[in-house]
Design a protein around this ligand. Structure first.
Ligand SMILES: Nc1ncnc2c1ncn2[C@@H]1O[C@H](COP(=O)(O)OP(=O)(O)O)[C@@H](O)[C@H]1O
Ligand SMILES: O=P(O)(O)OC[C@H](O)CO
Length: 496
């Protein structure tokens, strides 16, 4: 009996692999960080070959740790950092250039030109997204225009494009499958959200030849098999989803109105809005949440906060405030509040709901009495303030009342942050017992496709809360702090 699912979780800062049992419990976990490259201001690159090497290594390590072999695995799941763009040679399977990461801002000018040409409404109407350098389309275009010979080779069918899911699928199947799932496709600016297919008009606007694109597949279906060379057996690849959609699935956000926030490098709030891809009226985006086999897709409203846990990383690595990310909590707790300090960590511009690629980080309210502890506390509060702005926008969309916020990701371990999040939104924040929701969500999608789990009701029954953080701040205090935050954001905007 194959009693386990192996999930590959390819994140922005590390490659991970996890094995889950039928109760959704983690049996083994392996993780490796890989190099981040910042060759120019605002640029962020990864080496796609290193991504594949580290992902394969952690998957094998995970099997070893669990004393399992490929034949014990019922299905393989893939979940990944989204939008990050890889172009590779169809024959050699080698990347033709460094992968351009979702955080990369190099195409800001091109996006402004497209806006000036009046494409914003058309693009948003079809894709549910916004014209922003965040998404894949202008990254693909940039590579085709800047890597010598790339555009000609792409026209001749020699080059393939994929987000990280497609890249891993291609590698796992040794080039027999060039496919991406609908949740990843819906992040490219090239996919019509209603039809779930690539759109010719969008391809024309972004000057992208159709021949480089992968086939779009559901998030839950046996799409192909990992070659036996990798794990000693041909394992079905049965679940694929972008990491934020996978986390929403792992948090059992199956009903319209359920919302989760994943506090990783960035912060990503997704609200399930059901089977109709309605547009946001408050500067959020609409995205595919999941599609199981041939059933209609479910959609979500999303607000992406570009810098969340990354602000803690920055205080650790660049400022030397702490040795480990978790040390930020005792440091921040050593003062009773942020002492009037506000920290807008707009290192790579601001995402939802501001969408300002030219915003830059700003620390304001400093006095002679300001200490590292105040700044640490302001950094944690900034993660919560940014998430609160998104939640407020979701409430303004008024599709569904927000009753609770399900929290996961590395920084959700921070109790001070969780409590401040509840205080500043006035909504209970619930941390689940199983916090590996991203990998788990992908595992659920894979398990559903192979009959490991029968239906979403069975999965919903597995979800358990660890702790509920109830709002405890007065409405006056909340209003004051939110107002100060808004003023601070005003100082950070349009700086570049
Ligand atoms: N206790 C903590 N308090 C605040 N931030 C934390 C804590 N632990 C980890 N982080 C932050 O969370 C992020 C890692 O979370 P993770 O979910 O693994 O991210 P990703 O999937 O984006 O790589 C890092 O940016 C780190 O700084
Ligand atoms: O790698 P993460 O967890 O920070 O997620 C990145 C997102 O998918 C980018 O859209």
């Amino acid at each position: 009996m194959n009693d386990y699912i192996l999930a590959l979780d390819q994140g922005t800062s590390s490659s991970r692999a996890l094995i889950f049992d039928r109760r959704g419990e983690t049996v083994a976990l392996a993780q490796r960080e890989f190099a981040q490259h910042y060759p120019n201001p605002g640029w962020v690159e990864h080496d796609a070959a290193e991504i594949w090497d580290t992902e394969l290594a952690v998957a094998r390590e995970c099997l070893e740790k669990a004393h399992l072999a490929g034949k014990d695995i019922a299905a393989l799941a893939i979940t990944n950092q989204r939008e990050t763009t890889v172009l590779w040679d169809r024959v050699t399977g080698e990347p033709i250039a460094p992968a351009i990461v979702w955080q990369d801002r190099r195409t800001t000018k091109r996006v402004e030109a497209l806006e000036a040409e009046g494409f914003e409404a058309l693009v948003a109407g079809k894709t549910g997204l916004r014209l922003d350098p965040y998404f894949s389309a202008t990254k693909i275009e940039w590579m085709l225009d800047h890597v010598p010979g790339a555009r000609e080779r792409a026209q001749k069918g020699e080059i393939l494009f994929g987000t990280i899911d497609a890249w891993l699928i291609w590698k796992l199947t040794k080039g027999s499958l060039h496919a991406t799932d609908i949740t990843n496709a819906s992040r490219t600016l090239l996919c019509d959200l209603r039809s779930g297919q690539w759109d010719d008009e969008l391809l024309d606007i972004f000057r992208i030849p159709a021949g480089i694109l992968p086939e779009i597949i559901p998030s839950s279906r046996v799409a192909g098999y990992a070659d036996p060379e990798w794990f000693g057996a041909a394992i079905p690849i049965a679940g694929v989803a972008g990491d934020q959609q996978a986390a929403a699935f792992g948090e059992a956000c199956f009903h319209p109105g359920t919302v989760k926030n994943t506090y990783g490098t960035g912060g990503f709030l997704l609200m399930n809005i059901g089977k109709e891809p309605r547009a946001s009226v408050s500067r959020l985006i609409t995205t595919a949440a999941y599609r199981i086999e041939d059933a209609p897709a479910s959609y979500a409203l999303e607000g992406s906060v570009f810098v969340a846990g990354a602000v803690v990383q920055w205080l650790r690595d660049e400022m030397g405030f702490v040795k480990r990310a978790k040390d930020i909590e005792p440091l921040a707790r050593s003062v009773k509040d942020a002492g009037g300090v506000y920290f807008v960590p707009a290192f790579t511009g601001l995402g939802a709901p501001h969408w300002d690629p030219d915003a830059r980080g700003c620390l304001i309210g400093l006095t002679r009495g300001t200490t590292r502890a105040h700044i640490a506390r302001a950094a944690l509060e900034a993660i919560a303030f940014q998430s609160a702005e998104v939640l407020e926008a979701m409430a303004r969309d008024a599709l569904h009342p927000v009753r609770e916020l399900r929290a996961d990701g590395g920084a959700a371990a921070n109790d001070l942050l969780m409590q401040f999040q509840a205080d500043i939104t006035g909504v209970p924040v619930i941390r689940p017992a199983q916090t590996e929701t991203t990998a788990l969500g992908a595992a659920y999608l894979a398990g559903l496709a192979v009959g490991f789990w029968q239906n979403v009701e069975e999965i919903e029954a597995l979800w358990r809360a660890d702790r509920v953080f109830e709002p405890a701040m007065s409405a006056d205090q909340r209003g004051f702090l939110l107002n100060q935050w808004t003023r601070a954001v005003g100082r950070a905007r349009k700086w570049n």
